[in-house]
Design a protein around this ligand. Structure first.
Ligand code: SF4
Length: 231
């Protein structure tokens, strides 16, 4: 179901400074919850289910200290286009504090699908960069910022044209993965690992006496879906 309350967002938190999920090494990344697309091998199944929404007031205050210095805002999930109204309102409020804040959005939909349905237009109009298309685990991920090489980096705004060259380059080596402590027992891995990296990490940690446990995955909610026929 699409979020119609634009005062709250189903929000799973943020990280700053983040490198690897868009241009620059100091991005703010926010994660939204809720996705019914079910891409096989999705690395964020803990973000499929809905949770308790957070007020935009609280999110703005959380992000405010980092806005002046950030290279941009990346919105990931979950499926951002399931919460168009709330994300538009959030972007507007953040841009009222930091004029011209660059916005990059990841989506499992393709741009043409989103344009065809009309509903997501307002969010597309606020995005400088869209990384679109289903995550496909069977494909390699050699290209910068993408989870799999079928995904496209679409430079939607005039501002984003400056990334025309780097958007289609391979990932620089070494790649960066970041680890964020959410509490004493829960850590978030930030970035896009190569195929097999997480398993290798798990084995290396096991050899040092650590057991890695994925966050609990709740039942899939009823999430907005756009027509996939053109995919
Ligand atoms: S669209 Fe993204 S969050 Fe949703 S299942 Fe696919 S990879 Fe996972």
């Amino acid at each position: 179901m699409t979020s119609v309350n634009t005062d709250v967002l189903d929000y799973a938190g943020f990280a700053y400074p983040v490198e690897g999920l868009g241009p620059g090494a100091k991005r703010i990344v926010i994660w939204v919850r809720g996705c019914g697309r079910g891409c096989a091998g999705c690395i964020a199944p803990e973000l499929h289910a809905s949770g308790e929404p957070t007020t935009l007031d609280a999110i703005v205050e959380e992000l405010r200290p980092f806005l002046a210095e950030a290279d941009g805002l990346t919105i990931s999930g979950g499926e951002p286009f399931a919460q168009v109204g709330a994300l538009c309102a959030l972007i507007d409020r953040l841009r009222a504090i930091r004029r011209g804040l660059e916005v990059l959005i990841y989506t499992g939909y393709v741009h043409e699908q989103l344009l065809k349905t009309g509903g997501p237009t307002a969010l597309l109009e606020r995005a400088d960069i869209l990384i679109d298309g289903s995550y496909r685990h069977e494909l390699p991920n050699t290209l910068r910022w993408r989870g799999s090489d079928n995904q496209r980096v679409l430079l939607l705004s005039k501002h984003a044209q400056r990334y025309a060259k780097q958007a289609n380059l391979p990932w620089p080596e070494p790649r960066t993965l970041q680890v964020q402590a959410l509490d004493t027992e829960l850590y978030r891995i930030i970035g896009i690992p190569r195929r097999g990296d997480l398993k290798a990490f798990e084995r290396a940690m096991a050899a040092r006496g650590w057991k890695m446990v994925r966050a609990a995955v709740e039942e899939k909610p009823d999430i907005v879906t756009y027509d996939d026929e053109d995919e």
